[in-house]
Design a protein around this ligand. Sequence first.
Ligand code: KG4
Ligand code: ZN
Length: 367
Amino acid sequence: MQLEFYGLLRPDRTLIMIIIGFESSCDETGVALVCTERGLLSHALHSQIDMHREYGGVVPELASRDHIRRIIPLARQVLAQAGLGMDDIGAVAYTAGPGLAGALLVGASVAQAFAWARQLPAIPIHHLEGHLLSPLLATPRPGFPFVALLVSGGHTQLMRVEGVGRYALLGETLDDAAGEAFDKSAKLMGLGYPGGPALSRLAERGDARLHELPRPMLHSGDLDFSFSGLKTAVLTRVRALEKTHGALSGEHVADLAAATEAAIVDVLAAKSLKAIERTGISRLVVAGGVGANRHLRERLTAAMRARGGEVFFPPLEFCTDNGAMIAFAAAQRIKAGLVDLGDTRHAFTIRPRWDLQDVCLPAACDA
Ligand code: KG4
Ligand code: ZN
């Protein structure tokens, strides 16, 4: 197959191509169009939060069925928004993992069917690579290398990022992820699902000093995290308050929310700064849903400024799951020469559990 069939090859042999990206790994259906040359062209998102709320968490089967309902209309929407048709698409990207198996299968099957019908290359993308590169969607854009704090609902990792496909793990959580700590603590306080944003909103009017909560592994000397003990400490506080006052008042919950947020932010900030110190890299990038947390953003911005370094966050709308980061990651991989665009076999597999190191270039993953 000729590259010219699905992209425009310039005289210098660089390729201009439009990629459609599908994200369906959990409870958000996202579709986006990214051009290798002009960046993000359009994106659309449907969040299933309202649907899962009454169950107190994500119900995988309902998530898959909703992705099926939403994904094609969203694809039509992004094409219409960009004023483009199916013939303008040069490649199809989709989240192949990690995530919920049934949910991943929806995005993967739609993407592969689309690519097969048009004889286009289909590019499986690692969800965390999408998050990791999403700060590059913002202006100003961080240059390489940078230290990335990846904080989502399922992962908490510090990575050294030398370039596209060149990621080295510096440290990670030994148990719960930071987002999980927010969500589980919120649930204990009766804040429902999804707990993180609700907890951080309430924390704004609470007094963090009224509860002394642990900062797990703050002084462990390494770059790993542990958050599972925090929820136990929160549970103990909730029980103590209930015993003394009968039920938790709005004020009690706000104070406990503020203390919980402060504990999580303290640990995330301290370990990120330690990673900056250890690597000697002066650029910090924060990605993933918890990166939307205002307190964390303010803390890291002030700390990095004080050190003469810089910190970068994805635009708020791209902190949580979205299709833009998937199409964008595919564009970056194409530009870095990491995608075999001639491969249009369309045999595919999803990877509900998938280590980010598996998409690293050989020898690029040693910390
Ligand atoms: O990256 P993401 O959308 O999904 C995963 O890939 O996991 O992250 C979702 C996580 C949830 O745990 C959610 O509670 C948390 O991000 N989150 C927040 C905030 N917004 C989202 N946590 C704290 N403060 C926020 N403002
Ligand atoms: Zn995510």
